[in-house]
Each structure stands twice: as C-alpha cells, then as structure tokens.
Design a protein around this ligand. Structure first.
Ligand code: COA
Length: 173
C-alpha cells in the first residue's frame, strides 16, 4: 500500500481538497452508506456540503481530518463537531467517517478514528458521541472501545429510500 498520511486540515487546506472530499462522499453514498444523503447525489450538492463543513472549520465549530496518499489523493475523512451548548463544553460529536471503497479494509478507518480521538483529547473533549447505520462501522467502533448505547429503529433512510435502524455509541476519554 502507498504511504498514508492522516492529518487535521484548516479551512484553506480543506478548500484545496474539496474535490477529493466530494469524491469520497459520492463514492460512499453510491455504495449505499447512510450518511445524510439520498441517491442520486449530484457532485454540486456534495461540494456544497463540504463548503458548509469548511465554513464550520473556519468558524472553529468543527475539526476536519483527512487521510491521503503520497500523491495527495483523499482516501478518507472524519469530523469532530465541537459547537456544543454551554452546558456541554466537554463533549463533541463524531461525524462523517468516510473511506473510499477502493481504500477500505486496510486500516484507514481505524487510523482516522484514533486521530480524531487524539484531537478530542487535545481539545479537552472527554465525552464523544456518534451514530451509525453501518455494520462495518459498528465493528470498527466496538474494536476501538466505544460503548454501544442502543438502536433506534427507522431512524434514517438508506440512499435508496429504505428505512434503516441506527446505533448510537459513546466513548469517555
Ligand atoms: C466504516 C468504514 C469507515 C470503515 O473504513 P475502513 O477503512 O474499511 O476500516 P478499517 O480498514 O479500519 O477496518 C475495516 C475492516 O478491515 C480490516 N482490516 C484493517 N486493516 C487490514 C489489513 N491490513 N488487512 C486486512 N484486513 C484489514 C479490519 O479488521 C476490519 O475488519 P471487519 O470489518 O471484519 O471488522 C467504511 O466501511 C466506510 O466508509 N463505510 C461507508 C461510510 C459509512 O457508513 N461510515 C460510517 C458512518 S458512521
């Protein structure tokens, strides 16, 4: 496998990678992942989503990490949302863990999660929450020590329109 770098990116660095980020999102949605979007997902919509994320990074409301190969191609990404109510300064949500189908099952998802947990510790976030409808992601989170809270039936739709259950997890750092 090519050399892989997992790094936190600022808003300018993220903007320079917006096409790669959109490509990973499109690939995951086309692969059936329940990550907020329905099929068909237009590239313009995917780019608009990432522009919103970049704006959030610029405002200090989100931390964005990317995994990229030595040529700078984006293979995966994850976010930490730190824009919390006043009574939850110690908490963050983890969102949009995405790995391109061509790059899966080589440890990128685990590297991204370890890196985002490190970023949480650095920022003094001690309670992390996430949810998923993916069996692969569920196994990954359990392997990394996340605690399963429970399942909400019919929480979201798969990209094809079928309702799917969603599992909530937390991790106390
Ligand atoms: C969930 C997801 C992020 C996992 O990414 P990934 O990079 O494949 O994750 P990893 O490589 O760390 O682990 C996946 C599997 O590969 C295995 N693996 C890791 N490195 C490996 C290696 N070098 N050789 C063989 N297998 C390996 C892991 O043990 C794991 O096995 P399991 O699924 O049988 O438990 C990815 O499937 C994805 O993007 N899915 C679509 C989007 C989505 O649903 N995201 C979750 C939103 S909450």
């Amino acid at each position: 496998m090519k050399e892989l770098a997992v790094r936190r990116v600022n808003a300018d660095e993220a903007a320079a990678r917006i096409d790669g980020l959109a490509e990973v999102l499109l690939d995951c949605v086309e692969g059936g992942a329940s990550v907020s979007f329905m099929l068909p997902l237009a590239r313009t919509r995917a780019r608009a989503f990432w522009q919103g994320v970049i704006d959030g990074v610029a405002r200090g409301e989100r931390t964005l990490l990317v995994a990229e190969d030595e040529e700078g191609q984006v293979l995966g990404t994850v976010q930490m949302i730190t824009d919390m109510p006043d009574n939850q300064p110690h908490r963050a949500d983890i969102a949009k863990l995405l790995v391109h189908r061509n790059a899966r099952r080589s440890g990128i998802g685990a590297r991204l999660m370890q890196a985002v947990e490190d970023a949480a510790r650095e920022q003094g976030r001690t309670v992390l929450v996430l949810d998923t409808a993916s069996a692969e992601a569920e196994r990954l989170y359990e392997r990394l020590g996340w605690q399963r809270v429970g399942v909400v039936p019919n929480y979201a739709l798969l990209p094809c329109g079928e309702p799917c259950p969603t599992i909530f997890f937390h991790k106390q750092l």
